[in-house]
Design a protein around this ligand. Structure first.
Ligand code: JAE
Length: 262
């Protein structure tokens, strides 16, 4: 997977050269390029923003600068305003145009389902907004050029820019790539995956008694059927208590009889 990230703080992504991501790059699983949006400016101040049309506080990122950058990275010839690459759904062929992703606090929430879908893409291009955000015509223009443009929020809180959001989405997406995680099993039984996303049951390790607190006896029983049932019941109960919104999304057809009693 090729990953391009555009930001006014590209050094923010130096961290991707470390740990699992660094190993994945060394193994050729991912190829990451962080670009400085200011490299596509032409004025002495390398301006990337301007005041909002219609007034209001803050500054908005200029469409011209973004367009020069994105045309180049997308391989679009702006003089003909035609795509020079085949535009496809999330494609895994090596010549497909990238999926262009803008983190945006006013966009739909990024979910595990989005991470799974995007993990099959061949090329992702992230555009990090700053200030009050980017000119709304940028995603509009590239959608009109046939580019697969996505805008996602990572949650209901205020951040100073899209860089943190890109880091979150990148981790959620790339950890699903075959060979990225040392142990493939670790991406199977986790919360938020599949149509039956439940919060996970509580986890314990040794010792069985610690500072007067014991692990649930059933976990020491050696009866895998009882352990599985206990964990499923706890996952349902915890989800119902902490994230009832996830219960509403459950695929009820997949609940077994015992689940229905919980
Ligand atoms: N700039 C930016 C982008 C995405 C996002 N998601 C939640 S707060 C936020 C802020």
């Amino acid at each position: 997977m090729k990953i391009d990230i555009v930001s006014v703080f590209p050094e923010y992504f130096d961290v991707l050269n470390l740990s699992l991501f660094g190993k994945a790059q060394a193994k050729g699983l991912v190829e990451v390029h962080a670009h400085n949006l200011r490299d596509w400016t032409h004025d002495v101040h390398h301006s990337v923003d301007d005041t909002p049309v219609g007034g209001g506080a803050g500054m908005v990122m200029k469409p011209e600068v973004w367009a020069e950058c994105l045309d180049e990275l997308l391989g679009l010839d702006s003089s003909t305003s035609e795509s020079t690459t085949e535009v496809d759904d999330v494609s895994t062929d090596s010549t497909a145009a990238p999926v262009l992703i803008f983190p945006n606090p006013s966009a739909p929430l990024f979910t595990q389902r989005d991470a799974t879908e995007l993990s099959h893409a061949d090329h992702l291009l992230f555009g990090c907004g700053r200030y009050e955000g980017y000119d709304a015509r940028i995603p509009e223009y590239y959608r009109a050029q046939g580019v697969d443009v996505r805008e996602y929020s990572i949650g209901d809180y205020v951040l100073n820019g899209g860089e943190v959001a890109v880091s979150v989405m990148l981790e959620a997406i790339t950890r699903l790539l075959p060979g990225f995680m040392g142990n493939a099993d670790s991406i199977v039984e986790e919360s938020y995956t599949g149509a039956n996303a439940l919060l996970e049951h509580r986890q314990y390790t040794k010792p069985a008694q610690w500072r007067g607190i014991s692990v649930p006896d059933v976990l020491l029983s050696g009866d895998h059927g009882k352990v599985d049932r206990f964990r499923r019941d706890e996952a349902l109960a915890r989800t119902n208590e902490i994230r009832p919104d996830l219960i509403e999304r459950l695929d009820c057809a997949s609940l077994d009889k015992a689940d229905r009693k919980t």
